[in-house]
Design a protein around this ligand. Sequence first.
Ligand code: ZN
Length: 286
Amino acid sequence: MRDFSNDHSALALNTATLGHNVDGHGAGWSPERVIDACAARGFGAITYWRREIGDRAVDIGERTRAAGLSVSGLCRTPFLVGPLAPPTRAAVIDDFKASIDMTADLEATCLTIVVGGVIEGSHSLTESLKAVADIVAEMASRAQQGNVKLALEPLNPVYGGNRSCLVTVRDAVDLCDAIDNPAVTIAVDVYHVWWDLSLATELKRAGSARIAGYHLCDWLADTTDVLLDRGMMGDGVADLKAIREAVEGAGYSGFCEVEIFSANDWWKRDPGEVLDTCVERFRTVC
Ligand code: ZN
């Protein structure tokens, strides 16, 4: 396992940690200001949200690399199925294509897919996952052409109803197997997998080529909101070292990306303090 105690070049910032994924939250720093603040602290990469990028993908990608950082990812595709997805399949495909093109223009490592909840009226995870596989398979060749990895992110089962019918790494690896395209991979997020004792086994089954991202935060024992009350690493109950051992045991050697949705705590703090804390916790508890 890598030793980060004196080297945090593998540390990436997901800008959701500064509240940039939700309107009306966070300090509202520009991408340029985030880039400079991350570069000054020795971060290795940044993952952006589409709402920050607009029509400036090429420019922001170049600006990030000029500061010595990589673009570790882009969040995210539309929900593909379920109650929060766009109203028609055609609308889903159009927005999915736009997100792939933005990822290619940014030259980001991967595009996160949050698949959406159970199809309304279906009462069926299986049927919903089949519809997901169908859409992702259709998009895989476009992703390949743009040199984009699609990263299926299984979410914590608490989101099964509305945000993600994909709730385990096991099912994510099964989806990769079913689609069988090298552009289709998975992302592993502590918030979503910390409870899963089959994690190491399933990640070995995935193999290093199919793990495109590793996301850090913590699960607070007394969490007040399952969407917007994630913990800073070290403040919760997740076994962060064991989870990273499972991820790296499967051959992953990429960035470790801090992604903390925290409306009432970290998003209210000065972004400089948040970034400093990320570095300190990454070196000591991750
Ligand atoms: Zn994540």
